[in-house]
Design a protein around this ligand. Sequence first.
Ligand SMILES: C[S@@+](CC[C@H](N)C(=O)[O-])C[C@H]1O[C@@H](n2cnc3c(N)ncnc32)[C@H](O)[C@@H]1O
Length: 362
Amino acid sequence: MDMQSLARSITGRAPGPIPDVATMGRIFSNPRMPLLLALSKGVVEPTYRAAFLSSAAGSGVLRWLSTRPCDVASLAEKLEVPHEDRSRLRDWLEVGVRLGDLRRREGCYTLRSLSAKALAKADNDALAAALEEVMRFHLPVLLNGPRMLREGRRFSLSDQDGAVIARASLVVRPLVEEAISSVLDRGTPLRLLEVGCGSGVYVKHAAELNPRLTALAVDLQAEVADEAAKNMVEWGLTDRVETRQADLRDLSLQPQFDLVTLHNNIYYFPESERVAVLRKARSLLTPGGRLLLTSACRGGNIGMEVLNLWFRHADFGGALPREDELVAQLERAGFSDVRTNRVVPGEQFRAFTASNTHPTQV
Ligand SMILES: C[S@@+](CC[C@H](N)C(=O)[O-])C[C@H]1O[C@@H](n2cnc3c(N)ncnc32)[C@H](O)[C@@H]1O
C-alpha cells in the first residue's frame, strides 16, 4: 500500500467497513503513522500538485479550462489523445480533482485552485515555465545527483529545453528591465550586442527606451535564436535588430558596440573561462563602451541554489557567481569602473556594470 492510500485509509475517507477499536488502536499506536501522515500531506502531496499543475499548464489544459468547462472527449481531442486512451486521460484529470486543482461538474472539468487559475493566465507564462523548469530540470539533479557523481555523468546543454528556459528566465524580467533602464543612454544612437538573448524581450525593452538603438542579438542555441528572430518580426524590430545563432566566444566582429549585455547566462560559461569570455565581450565594445551583466548570485533563494547545483552537474558552465568573484573577474578582463547593484533589497540578484576604457588585447 502506498503512503497516500494508507494515509487515506486511516483518516477514514475511503469507503468500507469501519475497523474495530483494537485495529484502530494498533494502527494509531504505530510510531510511524504520524510521520507517514506528515510526509504525505507536507511533502508528497505538494510534489504531486507541482507535477500535475506543471503538466496541465504546459499541455494547455489549464488555458482551455479557463475559457470554458470541458469534458474528457473535448480535452482528448485538443490533446490528440487516441480514443482508446480517453479513460486514462479521465484518470489523470480525476487526480487533478483529487488534488484540489480541478473541479468536475456534470462530466465537465473547470479550474478550482487559485494556483491553477493563476497559471492559466497568459500574463503568468513565465511562472508556468519556471514550474516546468523545476519539474523537468531541477528535480533530476536532486533525484540523481549522487548517482551521477558516482558514475561520472554530467548534464549537457541538450538536457535543457532552450524554449522553456527562455520563457522561465522571464520571472526576473522586472529586475532585468530595471537594470537596463538605469544604464541605457536614451538620447543618442546606440549599438547594442545582447549575448544569449533568449526570447529577445530585453532587446525589445532597450529598443523601446531608445528609438535610435540598433542591435545584434545572439544566442548559442539555434531554436532559441529562431524564436527570438520570429519575435523581432512580430514586434516590428527587424529593421533595427539582427538576430543570429552564435557563440559569443566565436564572434569575429570589429569593436562597434556601445553596450554589451549578458542577462542570466554567465553560469553557462565555466568559471575558468569567465575572464576570457568577459575579455571577449570587452573586445567588441567601442572605447568608453559599457557592459551590463545581470545574474542571480550565490546565496539566494532555494530555487537559485538548485539552479547552481544543476550547473555544477553540467559538462558546460559552472556555479552561479559570487559577487566579489565576478567583480574581480571583470577587473581581470580589463574593465574599469566595475560596479554592482542589488536590484531588489534582500535578493541575491545583481546588476554588474563596467566600462571599457583601455584598448583590448584578446
Ligand atoms: C537562461 S537563458 C537566458 C535568456 C535571456 N538572456 C533571458 O534572461 O531571458 C541563457 C541563454 O544564454 C544562451 N547562451 C549560453 N551560452 C552562450 C554563448 N556562449 N553565446 C551565446 N549565447 C549563449 C543560452 O543558449 C540561453 O538561451
